[in-house]
Design a protein around this ligand. Structure first.
Ligand code: FE2
Length: 425
């Protein structure tokens, strides 16, 4: 499916599925020329400074108040705030890919793996489904969602238009935006990672001395064009609010937005367009050079959640240790793999798997990778056909009961370093 997109990260877009719907010139946003209900969707407080102010005006068939009261919806596996039970040991933790997905739709197929303990933090889930949501729609009042597909191309229909999302692409659905997601091809198995950011909305990182270009470039972010679905049928709207799921009934599709303008909208990004920066002399820069998007906290430079990738790249550093170095970090790192092999772990870290290294938990290349590094030549080497990523948080990630009891915990992960021999002077 070839869809059209607007481009430019966080730009102010105007989008119409029919000409002449948007108010022009001196017309108030509340008086669109062809009628329809205007509704503002705010992603920031009204009084946020201009550079951080997020809102869109939606022109729709019926405003969002036309719906029944919400009732609880049973989905026990999706929890984005996990209590600090003290049960998550300061040990490196790794999971093999989860494969026991049953047939079903997106909302019922979300499984929380790890989460912070605050309504302003983040969580990392897995998703797996093979069915359309049919006449069921969803929005998340708790935060924004990032789809990171591993298998199966997605069709995401939102209030502001449609996106397709393939493996090696990501899509971010802002807080509050209603959507439905289905396999692009009917009944194809889709699975991947779902990041949930409850804090400040994701934005591009500052570039400092790198300059105006590099890393993820704004023009590569794609936003949907308006597309409305005027469907008068019984529909359900599931909402995630205060870490619980709720369901309301409507007699029409909530995707009835004919036109919109604003800077608050879903977007997608092709990870293969990331302009990777690295050393061309010696040493090993910190992985912050691979940051795609960041959710800042109140402390400058200390992210609530970063999304970082490890894409194909040339390793050319001389007189240095080229793999990721051994480290202990104040930040909390949850890693996944979309395809290929991660250059610090040749075995055991598989596409769809996950690892967790919380604050000050030591980690780094396994014994085999270290031995191979000692034997290598100084020739440039291409790390290719790979795409690992990391959600990194300044807040501790607790592990869910699903991750401990039902997911494929790799009990032998710690052994990958035990072959590292003592080095003597
Ligand atoms: Fe790390």
């Amino acid at each position: 499916m070839e869809l059209k997109y607007h481009t430019g990260f966080g730009s102010y877009f105007e989008s119409e599925s029919e000409n002449g719907v948007l108010p022009e010139g001196r017309n108030s946003p509340q008086q669109p020329p062809k009628g329809l209900y205007p509704e503002q969707l705010s992603g920031s407080a009204f009084t946020m400074k201009r550079s951080e102010n997020l809102r869109s005006w939606l022109y729709r068939g019926q405003p969002s108040v036309v719906q029944s009261p919400f009732k609880p919806y049973g989905q026990k596996y999706w929890k984005s705030i996990l209590p600090e039970t003290g049960q998550t040991a300061p040990t490196p933790i790794r999971w093999l890919p989860f494969t026991r997905w049953t047939t079903g739709n997106f909302v019922d197929g979300v499984r929380t793996m790890v989460a912070n303990n605050t309504n302003e933090g983040s969580a990392v889930h897995l998703y797996g489904f093979d069915q359309s949501m049919k006449n069921t729609f969803f929005y998340n009042a708790d935060g924004e969602l990032m789809f990171v597909p591993v298998e199966g191309e997605l069709l995401v229909k939102t209030e502001l238009g449609r996106l397709t999302v393939a493996p090696l692409e990501i899509a971010v659905i802002p807080r509050g935006v209603k959507f439905t997601v289905e396999p692009l091809k009917p009944h194809i198995k889709c699975h991947g990672y779902l990041g949930e950011n409850l804090g400040a909305p994701l934005r591009l990182p500052d570039l400092g001395p790198i300059g105006a270009n590099g890393l993820a470039n704004p023009r590569d972010f794609q936003y949907p064009v308006a597309f409305s679905e005027m469907k008068n049928e019984a529909c359900s709207l599931i909402c995630k609010y205060q870490d619980r799921l709720w369901v309301a009934e409507l007699d029409h599709s909530p995707l009835d937005v004919v036109a919109w303008h604003g800077n608050y909208a879903p977007y997608k990004y092709d990870l293969t367009r990331f302009n990777t920066i690295g050393t061309i002399s010696f040493d090993h820069p910190d992985p912050s050079i691979f940051t795609v998007l960041t959710s800042p906290s109140a402390i400058p430079g200390r992210a609530n959640m970063d999304f970082v990738i490890f894409p194909p790249r040339w390793l050319v550093g001389e007189n240095t240790f080229r793999p990721p170095y051994y480290h202990r970090n104040v930040m909390n790192e949850c890693m996944g793999l979309i395809q290929g092999v991660y250059d610090a772990k040749k075995e055991g870290f598989l596409p769809g798997g996950m690892s967790l290294h919380n604050c000050m938990v030591p980690h780094g290349p396994d014994a085999e990778t270290f031995q191979n590094e000692l034997k290598r030549s100084e020739k440039p080497v291409k790390v290719d056909q790979t795409m690992a990523f990391m959600f990194e948080s300044s807040l501790h990630y607790s592990v869910s009961s699903f991750a401990l009891e039902e997911a494929s915990l790799d009990h032998d992960y710690w052994k990958c370093w035990q072959g590292l021999k003592r080095l003597h002077l």
